[in-house]
Design a protein around this ligand. Structure first.
Ligand code: ZN
Length: 129
């Protein structure tokens, strides 16, 4: 039987559906997930990977709700224009770290998101016109 860190016993674990509420910049985001709960003490088994996954999902949900530019669109634009993160940052007018975060679907400020939209969507319009 697996070991429970919470109660220090070998115990069975049950898989239960739970919802985590993550607050990002004042917005509550609910992320459903599957937790392993110790039968002996009722504590959730801590899982580093799961914690990261929940935070990533919350960030992604926040991005969707704020209608931030999708990360794929940023990556595609950089690929198409053969831009490194440094060159992209210079073009957008933001920090290199912002580009790296946005590219991975992590959070950036509303201002940076708007700059990215101006650069990428503005360029798109110019091309189709
Ligand atoms: Zn336990």
């Amino acid at each position: 039987m697996p070991f429970c860190d919470a109660c220090g016993r070998n115990s069975s674990f049950a898989v239960v559906n739970r919802t985590r509420t993550i607050n990002i910049r004042g917005m509550d985001i609910h992320i459903p997930y599957r937790a392993e709960v110790c039968i002996a003490c009722g504590e959730e088994r801590y899982n580093d990977e799961l914690e990261m996954l929940i935070l990533d999902k919350a960030a992604s949900a926040y991005r969707d709700k704020q209608r931030m530019l999708p990360s794929e669109q940023i990556a595609r634009y950089m690929e198409k224009n053969h831009l490194t993160a440094e060159e992209m940052a210079a073009r957008v007018g933001c920090a290199v770290g912002d580009i790296l975060r946005a590219e991975k679907g992590r959070l950036v400020s509303i201002e940076t998101d708007q700059k990215l939209k101006d650069t990428i969507l503005g360029q798109k319009k110019a091309q189709t016109a």
